[in-house]
Write a protein that binds this ligand. Sequence first.
Ligand code: F6R
Length: 610
Amino acid sequence: MCGIVGYTGHRDAAPLLLEGLQRLEYRGYDSAGLALVGGNRDGLVVRKLAGRVAGLVGQVAGEPVVGNTGIAHTRWATHGAPTQGNAHPHVDCDRRIALVHNGIIENADVLRAALEQAGHRLTTETDTETLAHLIEDAKADSLEERVIAALEHVDGTYGLAVVSADEPGKIVVARRGSPVLLGIGNGELFVASDASAILEHTRSVVYLNDGDIAVLTPTGYHIVDSESHVQVRAVDDVAWDLEAIELGGYPHFMLKEICEQPETVRSTLRGRLLFEQGCARLNGLNLAPQALAEIRRIVIVACGTSWHAGLVGRHIIEALARLPVVVEYASEYRYRPQLGLPGTLTLAISQSGETADTLEAMRAARAAGSRVLGIVNVVGSTIAREAEGGIYLHAGPEIGVASTKAFTSQIVALTLLALLLGRQRGLSLEVGQDLACRLAQLPGLVDRTLALEPQVKAIAQEFADARNFLYLGRGVSFPVALEGALKLKEISYIHAEGYPAAEMKHGPIALIDADMPAVFVAPRDDVYQKVVSNMQEVKARGGRIVAVTTEGNGELRGVVDYQLQVPATAPLLSAILTAIPLQLLAYHIAVLRGCDVDRPRNLAKSVTVE
Ligand code: F6R
């Protein structure tokens, strides 16, 4: 989704801004631009275009821009097509003010009409442009006061960075519902929507809260609220290295992140397994044992891949802790009446920690009296900060738009929680100890699973031209089927559906023929034989089958066309292994079809609008 980067200091801003935009490219965007102040006799210079940051780099190289203060943006179109005119920064009538904006101004139509009536000339189709004119219109002295005054008229969400030719050296930043952080350097300050844009220059960051207005100059910054009361915010250290956001020899971030999974699963487990007690240590939950004991039901809210991890988690929690779990699409849940049932624990699962629907679902649950925990990857993200506590994945930055390593770590985190809750509720010591050992073995098993890649690649070659796929599984493997189908459709644009294998005969079986490959997720577990019967049903109708199953499963020969055998583990943990060949299959099919794997069309990494 849209990205923001800004700089004020002693250095030439343009190269820093362009480099920051390149670091944000992974978020998904369709146009890019920058504005500089302080180096030009006209005060303000703007360059922008539809297309890639590389184009902007070329444009700036051909027609250099100078200035020590600037803001830049990658846009993911919401209001208005991805054109040069609609790209950010946007300016006021006199081109004295420029701003970049993430989020949505919901009352933009009303504001536009009022501004035009007052004589402003708006030239784009965007909601954002209204902000520049509102600031121009504001009756106040300093830029920050004008921004505060303008924002009083605004409904909606924003992460905003504003510069003015009349106050060169200053950037005013505002946040409501769309993440922004400040980066603190030596005699220089940065603003960014995500730490990766500025990590090369500083690790010290300040995460802004909703309602914060920050004023940056090369000599320092201060933060105020909308009544100009000073706010103090902690300075945090970004824990990961630049290496984590670089390709490191891989052709794509998606493949790199798939291959990182032995290490990311290990990181999610690190220090959390209590082998002797057969339990898990999760200090970040911030819940006393008594509060944990009072939980009567769990509601999981999440979107996309994180929702699929939640479905896997439901099986695991219900099996180990015997607690009822419902898994809700955050976007649906937030608009339903909240029942406020006593003893409810809400778990918000999100890689980015910024997904707008998940955040709002979590807020709605909290307002209805639920305790709320987050299972989040990005440290310091909004969901992580607003939750009472939770479990960080520690999977490192996920840059590939298709979520992979976060999925397996989310399942690991949910299993740790299930183990802890289970041990409080009668799960035996022996079962707990066994599960702790099985969890500790996972990184090695993930490593072995990755060795399937050459086989997966050969299967990808066979099916790269297919137009439809069916993914089938039962029990804990049904959400894996959903996830396999999502991976394939989002990066290769092949239509794919995930279905509970036994439901197939209630309709989708009509689709089966030689042109509709069926991918079965069928590890050896208590529904395995049933799934084999479902395979037979497909086979009988001339369907071609790929089965992801458990090592040593010779009996599928003759039933399926291709087998991908993952190592054996506890059936409840199988999703962590069976998901991996499906990630690889989607990846290789997309590569063979020439798709831009890390930047799939229309998609954004972090969905900060509803
Ligand atoms: C799919 C994918 C999305 C995200 C979804 C939620 O590969 O990445 O479906 O899972 O947008 O994002 P987070 O987990 O950041 O809340």
